[in-house]
Design a binder for this molecule. Structure first.
Ligand SMILES: [Zn+2]
Length: 416
């Protein structure tokens, strides 16, 4: 038995199947197996489709040539449009073999019959001319031998087309809520029993669009990129990947952010409580090029984004001129280095006895003051002032020097 995260009913293992957290038709590679088959197909037809049929998603799928489950690239301009100079002339914008738009005029027959009338047919339909004319004459009760047919050809390069389309600015948010909720439940097991999580699963189970707006607090309108700016030094949103972020903070609770194609951007308050994530953040990256989905903790993001830790020591400089000269010479030496035990730099007492086999044992002590330096975006620099007399051994001179403070430095190399 297992519990479905949408209907919250206990069901047999066989009643579960593969749920795409990010829909298949937008190249989602994040799968979970905790949604029952009944909820899965309900979600697909009532919630996911609000997202996958969204006009903006169609544009994006067309640009990126994403075929999705149906196997076809959607035409974002499907439907009937008109010529700007002649509102009565209907047309379609069809995709040619290379995916370029081609105008296809729909047969244009007169509404009233006069002595002289014209029927407009797209040249691409020339082989259907007789069929179209015959149909029209029959429908109007005119015998073919009573009319004389003249053919005229005309063309116009790149005419203006009048197209109108409907863009949903509300209901697609249900699709974003589903993604954020499933990502949270899958990544933070204890979130499932949170009171907000219970409310959200009810809204999703019934695709209750009214309750969506009454009960869920959204950050941004779904199309506002600004809301993700606080993460832009770590995450590269300027591409076509999908990113999911769980952000846990004492001030605002648990927030789920969803970024699809860098077109849809939203924050959703998943809980007013906090303390769900130890490292305050979990990021999921759906990589369209590598065709995979990966989760990262904040530590993993930082180690991927920033260079390895470097230590810079600030010494208690000898006042004696000779000793100072000796120190400077050693600092310039080609084989300058720190004495290490294994891979670690130890801290010594003045008498040469090792106090900390690894300087980190000292630097991680909670009572020490940690002073941030650098811009905290491109540079992560922390200065730690020592509260006891400690020495490190410098090479090649092989002498102890007193350290007053240590700077831990990391520099930004890339983003995820
Ligand atoms: Zn279910």
């Amino acid at each position: 038995m297992r519990t479905c995260i949408i209907c919250r009913k206990d069901k047999d293992e066989t009643e579960f199947n593969d749920e795409h957290v990010i829909p298949d038709s937008i190249d989602g590679y994040y799968h979970i197996f905790s949604v029952c088959t009944t909820c899965n197909s309900f979600i697909g037809s009532k919630i996911d489709n609000k997202l996958t049929n969204h006009q903006f998603v169609k544009f994006q799928r067309h640009t990126l040539k994403i075929k999705g489950k149906s196997g076809t690239i959607p035409n974002p301009f499907d439907g009937t449009h008109t010529l700007k100079e002649d509102e009565n002339q209907k047309l379609r914008l069809e995709l040619d073999a290379e995916g370029k738009f081609e105008i296809k005029l729909l047969p244009n027959v007169p509404k009233q019959i006069t002595d002289n009338f014209q029927i407009i047919i797209d040249q691409k339909d020339e082989n259907k001319t007789d069929e179209i004319i015959n149909k029209f004459l029959t429908r109007n009760g005119i015998s073919k031998d009573k009319v004389r047919i003249d053919k005229k050809y005309s063309s116009k390069e790149r005419p203006w087309v009048h197209a109108s389309m409907q863009i949903d600015i509300k209901d697609f948010k249900m699709g974003l809520l589903k993604i954020a909720y499933e990502f949270a439940v899958d990544s933070i097991p204890k979130y499932f029993n949170d009171s907000n999580a219970i409310t959200i699963s009810k809204i999703l189970k019934n695709a209750d669009f009214e309750k969506l707006y009454d009960n869920i607090a959204f950050i941004g309108d779904g199309l506002n990129k600004e809301i993700l700016k606080p993460f832009s030094h770590l995450i590269d949103f300027e591409n076509n990947n999908h990113y999911l972020i769980l952000f846990d903070s004492d001030d605002i609770g648990l927030i789920g952010f969803v970024n699809l194609f860098n077109v849809f951007n939203i924050g959703i308050r998943l809980s007013d409580k906090s303390g769900f994530i130890q490292e305050s953040m979990i990021v999921g990256k759906n990589d369209l090029e590598k065709k995979n989905f990966k989760k990262y903790t904040l530590n993993q993001i930082v180690s991927h984004t920033y260079s390895p830790i470097e230590y810079r020591f600030q010494y208690f400089i000898p006042s004696d001129k000779v000793l100072l000269q000796e120190f400077i010479q050693n600092d310039k030496a080609e084989d300058f280095g720190f004495y290490k035990i294994g891979e670690e730099i130890p801290f010594f007492k003045r008498n040469g006895e090792v106090v900390y086999s690894n300087i980190e044992l000292k630097l991680n002590q909670e009572q020490l003051t940690k002073i941030p330096f650098g811009d905290t975006i491109n540079e992560l620099i922390t200065q730690i002032n020592l509260d006891e007399e400690l020495y490190i051994k410098l090479l090649p001179i092989n002498k102890l020097y007193r350290v007053v403070s240590v700077r831990i430095e990391q520099y930004r190399k890339r983003k995820i």
